[in-house]
Design a protein around this ligand. Structure first.
Ligand code: FE2
Ligand code: FE2
Length: 274
């Protein structure tokens, strides 16, 4: 049996320590549950997209867990397509890769193929085309393995056919192409972060897992109503051959910080980039 733990949205920084107190209990909980692999589904940093020190600090923290860690980038780690303040670009992607390794990856574990995707480039640019090509190959040569995707932004909030939800989920056009691939290869699990909510959706044979954050919650002033609950935690995947058991779990000792209380300090308004 192989145990994978998904953690998400730790939002750590040496200069903005608003959520720092949640790291030690999370690390302790991970050690207690003895995973073979930890997957971080993004927003590792407060602002790794622009602050070299944030990436360096978080890479050290992840390494201190003493188990293999794979990460995919969140919007705060590399920016995102179409964001006027922090567009994802080569410099930001290189910074992420320098600290955390490839922004897309695959690992074969028991009867499963785990695939990490960079959801911050969905919807544009040459990097997206490269990733799509890579993903199609990764799916085609899975050789009968069951497939799980890990990404920061969820494919959708309520329905695969919903309109653009703005900041919250993948845009309709890249979503359609991904869902087409997902159906063709019968992807069993799509695990995401970003929403800082605890939720599961089972639809047409796919289990969508919203991995809760391990930093802060988002109040109603900053986020529209959506599924699941505002609750911190992490996810345990116990994989045995072709079977998998998925459990979203609370993490003892985490403090329920609310971003609404400190957003002016942590994420003050920014100038648009030229
Ligand atoms: Fe986040
Ligand atoms: Fe995010």
């Amino acid at each position: 049996m192989v145990r994978v733990i998904q953690i998400s949205d730790t939002h750590l920084s040496p200069s903005k320590q608003h959520f720092e107190a949640n790291w030690a209990p999370l690390a302790h909980w991970i050690a207690q549950h003895k995973p073979d692999l930890v997957i971080h589904t993004g927003d590792v940093t407060i602002d790794g997209a622009d602050q070299e020190a944030d990436g360096a600090y978080c890479a050290t923290q992840l390494a201190s867990l003493g188990v293999p860690v794979l990460a995919v980038p969140g919007n705060h780690d590399v920016g995102e397509v179409g964001n006027p303040h922090q567009p994802v670009n080569d410099e930001r992607l290189d910074r992420f890769r320098g600290h955390f390794g490839d922004d897309r990856w695959l690992r074969d574990v028991e009867g499963w193929r785990l695939i990490g995707l960079n959801s911050m480039i969905f919807g544009g640019g040459p990097e997206e085309a490269l990733q799509t090509q890579w993903l199609e190959t990764a799916m085609a040569d899975a050789a009968g393995r069951r497939i799980a995707w890990f990404m920061h932004r969820p494919l959708f909030i309520e329905s695969p056919t919903e309109a653009d939800t703005g900041y919250w989920s993948v845009k309709p056009e890249p979503r359609r192409a991904l869902l087409d691939l997902l159906h063709r290869y019968r992807v069993k699990i799509v695990a995401s972060g970003h929403l800082h909510r605890w939720h599961e959706i089972r639809l047409n044979g796919t289990h969508y897992v919203w991995g809760p954050a391990a930093s802060f919650l988002v109040g109603e002033k900053l986020a529209p109503p959506m599924g699941g609950t505002a609750r911190l935690g992490a996810v345990i995947y116990d994989i045995d051959g072709e079977s998998i058991e998925v459990n979203i779990r609370p993490v003892a000792g985490l403090t329920d910080y609310w971003i609404d209380d400190v957003v002016h300090e942590v994420y003050p308004p920014r100038e648009a980039e030229a």
